[in-house]
Design a protein around this ligand. Structure first.
Ligand SMILES: [Zn+2]
Length: 210
């Protein structure tokens, strides 16, 4: 099963991706995590990415696509995979269709209204010690390790609004892209994570059975 996760920042893609990965026994591939790790490990790729970012530029599509192509050719992806954070634009989705015959089986679209994701993200606190994330209301100290909680810079309201704006402009058109290919499992992403996951399973079965 080849799955793409789609939805605005803060829609719960990471959380739901972990569950899908367990159910289907396929790896979750986050381009953000892969790039951050390459930079931290100072690999050849990481150095290239760092140079690009320091120059204030975006990592170009052909580089991202070749990273994905290389990753999904690995043994653990033989039964499928879950893409999180890619494709991010219609151009990238076109490129994915070129390198991956048959493309993906289903795109899970977590539909959460902009006001709610802004609320969720700008209220979030992160533990300095263990990295766990909590809604603001639950706070302090970290229930996991008793470390201090803080608000990440990219969770501050103006930054969050900017990220949502970028998503609406560049990534949201992928909803129609996959809908027109009958690959879209649209799910109401509001409410409890368990309920959201039930909806995902139902929608995915429906798309797959077509
Ligand atoms: Zn902690």
């Amino acid at each position: 099963m080849r799955i793409v996760l789609l939805g605005p920042p803060g829609s719960g893609k990471g959380t739901q991706g972990v569950r899908l990965s367990e159910i289907y026994k396929i790896p979750q591939i986050s381009t953000g995590d892969m790039l951050r790790k390459a930079v931290a490990d100072e690999t050849a790729l990481g150095k290239k990415v760092q140079e690009i970012i320091q120059g204030g530029m975006l990592v170009p599509d052909d580089l991202i696509v070749s990273i994905i192509e290389e990753r999904i050719s690995q043994e653990d992806c033989s039964e499928g995979f879950i893409l999180d954070g890619f494709p991010r634009t219609v151009d990238q989705a076109d490129a994915l269709e070129r390198v991956l015959p048959g493309s993906v089986d289903v795109t899970v679209y977590l539909n959460v209204p902009a006001e709610e994701v802004i609320d969720r993200l700008s209220g979030r606190l992160t533990c300095r010690e263990c990295g766990a994330v909590f809604p603001k209301r639950d706070i302090s100290p970290c229930p996991v390790c008793a470390g201090a909680l803080y608000q990440r810079e990219d969770d501050q309201k103006s930054t969050v609004e900017h990220r949502i704006g970028v998503y609406m402009k560049h990534t949201a058109p992928l909803v129609d892209f996959y809908r027109s290919r009958n690959k879209l499992a649209e799910v109401n992403g509001t409410g409890e994570p368990d309920d959201v996951f039930e909806r995902i399973e139902a929608e995915v079965s429906e798309v797959i059975s077509k």
